[in-house]
Structures are given as C-alpha cells and as structure tokens.
Design a protein around this ligand. Structure first.
Ligand SMILES: Nc1ncnc2c1ncn2[C@@H]1O[C@H](COP(=O)(O)OP(=O)(O)O)[C@@H](O)[C@H]1O
Ligand SMILES: [Mg+2]
Length: 331
C-alpha cells in the first residue's frame, strides 16, 4: 500500500501539487487522471522517489520513504518500474540489451540475465525481437520492450505515465490487456497516469481525479463513472462517448439542457416517459448511451427539457431523489 499524506511540491513559486492525500491499495490498478499540466507527472515523480516533496509524507506500507537518502533510497527505488509515453529506450542497445540494462546495474551474472531477459521478452510477446534495433520497432513493440525492462528487477509497483498516449486505439487495447495479464501473473500494484478516461474505465480499479495540483475526487472506477461529482470528473466520464453538444450549440440557443448519469437498475427505467407524464415536460433527446464498466451498467442521457421553471425544478429534484446525477449544461 502506498499512502500520501498532505504532499505538496513547488517549482520556483509554481504550486505543482498542493496537499495531496491518497491511498493506493496493494494489488490494484490505480488510475490518476487529469488534464495536461494538472500535476500527474509530478505526483508520480514523488511517489517514485525521484523527487522530494516540499511538505507532507509518503509511506510504503507503514514505512516512511520520502525522507530516505543514499543506499536506503536506492534499494527502495528498486521496488518500482516505470514506463513513459515516449518509451525512453536506449537506441544504442538492441531489445535484449535494453531489458538487460537494469539487471547489469544491480550486478546480476550473465547466465541469470540471459534467462531473465528471455523470460520477460516471452511475457511481453517480443521473443522474436531480442536482437532487433529498438528503432525498428513499432510504438506498441517499443512499449512492450519498455515494460519488460521496467519489470526486470521484479518491482512491486509499476508506474505507467501516459504509457498509451502515443499509441493508436488498437495498440492501446493490446498494451492494457498485457498489463492486465502481467498483473494476474505477478504480484504487482499498477499506477496508471493518464488523461484518457477509456484507459481508466478499461483497466483501473480505483481512480483519483487531479486538477490544478489537487486531488478533486477519488473512489472506485464504478463510483466515478456512475456518480461523478466534480465538473472535471463529469467531463472525463462524458468523454467515453461522443458528444453532440457542440453540434447543438448553435441550433439550441436559449435551451435548457441537462446531462443525466445513472447506473444499474435505473438503466432499465423509463426516465424520459416519466419526465413527460409525471412532470408535464416536453423532452428532446440529444444523446444517450449505456455502457458496461466492470460488469455494471452506466447510463447517460443528454436532454433538452422544455417547460415552466417550476416544472423543471420539480423534475430535477425528482431525478436526484431517484439517485440520478443531474448536471445542467451551459450551451
Ligand atoms: N521540473 C519542473 N520545473 C518547473 N515546473 C515544472 C516542473 N515539472 C512540472 N512543472 C510544472 O508543474 C505543473 C504540473 O506539471 P506535470 O506534473 O508535468 O503535469 P501533467 O503530468 O499532469 O501534465 C505544470 O505547470 C508544469 O509546468
Ligand atoms: Mg505528465
């Protein structure tokens, strides 16, 4: 388990992180999602002990680690591997040489290294590329090689900082599937840093939404998708389906538009016809979808509601009392 308590980081007057607290349970895939500049990479650099916080504390299980120095710090850092958007492979070395590198650093002998590297290349599906130049690999193959290198010294934690951001959707899926497979084979806690909500919904168990250097909301992925609270969380959840808002923006000036989020049994209920019958509203459906995340159903409707103000208020209160999250959109 990794615990951050009120961690802050300042870069020359710029508050990259302010008082971040979160807990990453062992054996989970934990998502950290936020827009560019939110502070995600700073967060992973602090958790990975590559930089020190200005304030706050970091614990691995019950051990405080942010104040480690020298040999203790180096040994502690070996508990984690990292992969990045741009792979960061050594172009002077072939695939084998890249994966062997961290094992050479810790002084493993040649026989062990050969055995371990070939095993890792098999795990990531690159057995036939051991002696290829990394420059000749596709993006997905480069990320597989980077993952084999990150796993070489058997880390407990794998940090993936925008690891799929440079990949096309199909390759992204295959890399996420690989991470799932590896997580099932070896005892690994994975931290996925991303700006892509589909990555979170596909692979993560828990998620924290980061914005402006702060954790805005945290919870299970099911909670976030079913009941997003903050504006930014709602935007991320909406990004899972194409949005038609912009198209309607010009056509529907002066309209009152709501986005509804709901889950499980509410998905099967006649929400729209109740609005019409019980609230006497006219309803214009702008978009709607039901998606499955981890075997549960999550629905989303974007509706133009037409009627007197008091009927709209009655309708919104009624929806909320049924457990539906209601967001008024500004068009
Ligand atoms: N080494 C650094 N020196 C100065 N400013 C930095 C440094 N690293 C990050 N920042 C700033 O901190 C903020 C958060 O950056 P970062 O953690 O990289 O965001 P993200 O990964 O979410 O895009 C940004 O405003 C960025 O410019
Ligand atoms: Mg970043």
């Amino acid at each position: 388990m990794i615990t951050l308590k009120n961690v802050s980081k300042n870069y020359g007057g710029l508050q990259a992180l302010s008082s971040v607290s979160l807990t990453i349970p062992s054996g989970t895939v934990y998502g950290i999602i936020g827009r560019s500049g939110a502070g995600k990479s700073t967060l992973v650099k602090l958790i990975g002990l590559l930089e020190n916080p200005d304030a706050g504390e970091i614990y691995f299980d019950d051990r405080r680690v942010d104040n480690l120095r020298g040999a203790d710090l180096l040994v502690c850092r070996r508990q984690f591997g990292m992969i990045f958007q741009h792979f960061n492979l050594f172009s002077s070395r072939d695939v084998f040489g890249n994966v062997a590198y961290p094992l050479e650093i810790v002084g493993k002998d040649k026989v062990y290294i050969k055995d371990r590297v070939l095993g890792l290349l098999e795990l990531v599906g690159l057995s036939d590329k051991a002696h290829s130049s990394v420059n000749k690999l596709s993006g997905g193959q480069k990320q597989r090689a980077a993952m084999a290198r990150a796993l070489a010294v058997c880390p407990k934690f794998l940090f993936c900082d925008e690891a799929t951001s440079a990949l096309d959707p199909q390759t992204t899926s295959s890399i996420l599937q690989l991470i799932k497979n590896i997580r099932n084979k070896v005892n690994l806690t994975v931290v996925m840093i991303t700006h892509q909500m589909n990555v979170v919904s596909d692979i993560c168990d828990y998620v924290s939404v980061v914005d402006g250097g702060k954790v805005i909301e945290s919870g299970t992925v099911k909670e976030l998708v079913g009941f997003p609270h903050s504006k930014i969380a709602k935007d991320f959840v909406s990004s899972l389906i194409p949005s038609y808002e912009k198209t309607f923006k010009n056509l529907l000036q002066n309209s009152i538009i709501f986005r509804l989020y709901f889950s499980n049994d509410i998905v099967t209920q006649p929400i729209v016809s109740r609005l019409i019958k019980e609230c006497q509203l006219n309803v214009n459906i702008l978009s709607g979808a039901v998606r499955t995340v981890k075997d549960q159903f999550f629905g989303e409707l974007v509706l133009e509601l037409i009627g007197p103000a008091q009927d709209l208020k009655f309708a919104v209160d009624k929806l909320k009392s049924q457990g539906i999250v209601v967001e008024k959109l500004n068009v």
